[in-house]
Design a protein. Structure first.
Length: 280
């Protein structure tokens, strides 16, 4: 392949997101010929955008002149969480374009950059385990992450809301016995839903509690199952379906169905079954 491979070039997300040291080499005066050769090599890889974490706008004009889309977010030694989130949002927005192939670079592939990359894998929900993110970066880069890099990873846990609706009172015909199928019984349903954090104070950014409660009551009343295991699973599926086109994403949902009036009520006050799904 024509051109010269940049130092420390690695794909983090194959064919989509890569990392290297500064094009043309580190220092304030990289060699012009080397820079041109490395740009040629990057184009051969399909790279069409550069995301610079340098303190200055160094090289950006050169990238733009050869047709690269550029992004510049200076990365300082002490990174507040707010700045991390700005960087992660910018990377995510850039990669939202299906044709975008992005190279992230700093002067050197120093302590912070691997931590930023591992953190992005968590932030973008490609991974949900910081230890796994660290392991993957160490395998790709073929070196252990420094304590400074590792310290960046837990700071990017996605902020979220846990929503609980407890003891929704319902009536329905569920059970394996004839009297259970023919006579309404009392049920209580607990709902737990986790959604991402949001800024705008609008009902469109979250579930409508009344809608969810009414949906649960309708499902329990209008359908009939032998098992409350099946009932709890069906409620989860219906709630997720109801909100799959909303302004937010359900990350986790758990439905617990309580059946207090059973043939075992002389032995137990309640029988309950929970069904749980996790999407990130």
């Amino acid at each position: 392949m024509a051109g010269l491979k940049p130092n420390d070039f690695n794909w983090i997300i194959e064919g989509k997101l890569a990392v290297s040291e500064c094009i043309g080499g580190s220092g304030l005066t990289p060699r012009k010929i080397r820079r041109e050769e490395e740009i040629q090599w990057l184009k051969g890889q399909g790279i069409n955008s550069i995301f610079s974490l340098l303190d200055s706008d160094f090289n950006l004009k050169n990238y733009q002149e050869v047709g690269f889309r550029t992004y510049h977010y200076p990365l300082h030694d002490d990174i507040p969480k707010e700045s991390l989130n700005v960087i992660f949002d910018a990377i995510k927005e850039a990669l939202a374009d299906k044709d975008r192939k992005l190279l992230i670079h700093r002067e050197l592939l120093d302590e912070q950059v691997p931590g930023i990359l591992a953190g992005y894998l968590i932030y973008s929900k490609l991974l949900d385990d910081p230890i796994l993110a660290r392991t993957i970066l160490e395998k790709i880069l073929e070196k252990p992450l420094s304590p400074k890099a590792i310290a960046l990873i837990p700071t990017v846990w996605i902020m979220s809301f846990d929503i609980h609706l407890s003891k929704i009172k319902c009536f329905g015909k569920h059970g394996i016995y004839d009297n259970e199928k023919n006579n309404e019984q009392k049920f209580f349903v607990d709902i737990y839903i986790n959604i991402d954090d949001f800024e705008e104070d609008s009902i469109s950014n979250t579930i409508n509690y009344e809608e969810v409660a009414d949906l649960v009551i309708e499902i329990v009343a209008s359908e009939s199952f032998d098992l409350i295991e099946s009932l709890s699973k069906n409620i989860v599926k219906k709630i997720v379906s109801q909100y799959q086109k909303g302004n937010f994403t359900i990350n986790e949902i758990k439905v617990t169905v309580h059946k207090p009036d059973t043939i075992l009520k002389s032995k137990t006050q309640d029988i309950s079954v929970s069904y749980f799904e996790k999407y990130r």
